[in-house]
Design a protein around this ligand. Sequence first.
Ligand SMILES: Cc1cc2nc3c(=O)[nH]c(=O)nc-3n(C[C@H](O)[C@H](O)[C@H](O)COP(=O)(O)O)c2cc1C
Length: 150
Amino acid sequence: MKKIFIYYSHSGNGDLVAEFYKKKGYDVEKIIPSNPLPKNKFLSILIGGYKASVGYKDKLKKLSIDPNNYDEIIIGSPIWNSRLSSPINSLLNKIQLATKKTTFILYSASGKPNKATELLKKHYPKSRIINLTEPKKYPQEFEDILKKKG
Ligand SMILES: Cc1cc2nc3c(=O)[nH]c(=O)nc-3n(C[C@H](O)[C@H](O)[C@H](O)COP(=O)(O)O)c2cc1C
């Protein structure tokens, strides 16, 4: 069975989750928006928060794999303004998840991504959702959660 962790990360939390799945034998693909958020924290919150709130879909650089060729997909997204990040909105637009074993891993400061969870439950009712709180800050906690559920 072919399995992949495909994700976005602006500030490195998702990269730690990617390392975890790489060690477990998953293929790993990081999606890169053509126009990433600025490095400045205030501006990034302002722009990313706005993009997430309107469901914006970023233009993405070409992927090195076709996610549709996998049987199991784990999708990792940071939470922006309680919602999915805008690069992940684009990814979801490109892939067919109906027949695949799908898990969403959402990393955030609060660990409570309410609006993203509502949307995912509505559109992907069979998928699993795992919430993580700042993997970079709490590395042991996130590994423990993924070892149990991931
Ligand atoms: C634009 C933006 C909006 C954010 N909004 C939220 C939010 O609504 N709730 C929350 O708990 N964390 C929020 N965060 C924090 C991130 O979700 C959190 O730091 C996450 O772990 C970042 O993952 P990354 O380092 O892989 O990009 C926000 C961060 C950014 C940049």
